[in-house]
Ligand binder design. Structure first.
Ligand code: HEC
Ligand code: HEC
Length: 217
């Protein structure tokens, strides 16, 4: 009888050691990321695709380096919670805060560029000329984002940048950086250098932002 008890004790001790070892080799963060990946696969991959690379004209990339670099956790969490009214992006508030944070941790684990979200959010608001901005917008941006920034609904590849779902969650700095540097491996090219579709000055970019802000009623 006593030997059995010793054996049982050893088994318990051994399994305890195993658990201790596995939890130290596998930190809490990794667990959250793994959970986020599961939730992503269940709720998001149907539109944003496996690996979150997106699909032109259907859903944007969520692992794009430039997007991850300028996005705050708050932007991601808010967008996932509220969705974007009038677009294909549904709200996911029913998942709860903790699960949404896990999905964001999973998405952010793909980051390749430094996190610039604080600096970008702190940039000054645009002081542009809406009328000049409208000309640029109609000539260039509307071809992909739709005449009023209606996005995919207008039958093209750019997202709904004229709608409240996007605009209420981003700073002028976020929009400015996206226009300047674009998003690699998507059709959104940067507009601040000669490789882009047009070479816009900082002032012209601010004109465009000021016009965009008038699109949300
Ligand atoms: C039914 C399709 C669909 C599903 C499911 C979906 N999305 Fe989206 N998502 C979209 C579309 C479409 C957009 C772009 C909306 C627009 O035009 O502004 C979008 C935009 C986004 C954006 C903004 C990206 C950017 O470039 O600014 C984030 C973040 C996002 N989705 C996260 C998620 C997450 C996380 C899930 C799962 C919890 C999810 N989405 C599920 C269709 C979907
Ligand atoms: C050739 C097509 C094209 C043109 C022209 C274009 N865009 Fe885009 N834009 C896109 C695509 C595609 C995306 C989404 C990329 C992705 O999948 O992540 C995007 C994303 C954006 C975003 C981020 C939106 C979001 O949901 O996070 C902003 C802001 C933006 N574009 C502004 C502009 C402005 C302003 C112009 C004009 C100066 C412009 N774009 C011209 C295709 C274009």
């Amino acid at each position: 009888m006593p030997t059995k008890r010793v054996q049982l004790g050893l088994v318990l001790l051994y399994s305890g050691l195993l658990t201790a070892m596995s939890s130290s080799a596998y930190g809490a963060d990794d667990k959250i990321i793994k959970k986020g990946q599961q939730l992503y696969n269940q709720n998001c991959s149907v539109c944003h695709q496996a690996d979150a690379i997106g699909k032109p004209g259907f859903a944007p990339s969520l692992t794009n380096p430039e997007l991850l670099s300028i996005s705050s956790d708050k932007f991601f969490e808010g967008t996932i919670r509220d969705g974007r009214v009038g677009t294909g992006m549904p709200p996911f508030s029913h998942l709860g805060r903790k699960n949404i944070k896990a999905i964001v941790a999973f998405l952010k684990s793909h980051a390749k560029l430094p996190n610039r979200s604080k600096e970008v959010a702190a940039q000054p608001d645009s002081h542009g000329d809406e009328r000049l901005g409208k000309q640029w917008f109609d000539d260039i941006c509307s071809t992909c984002h739709g005449e009023n920034g209606d996005g995919y609904a207008a039958g093209s590849t750019g997202t709904a940048i004229g709608k409240a779902g996007f605009q209420s969650k981003v700073s002028d700095g976020f929009i400015r950086e996206t226009i300047k540097h674009g998003r690699s491996n998507t059709r959104m090219l940067g507009f601040s250098d000669s490789t882009g579709l047009a070479n816009l000055s900082d002032q012209e970019i601010d004109d465009v932002i000021s016009y965009m802000r008038t699109l949300v009623k």
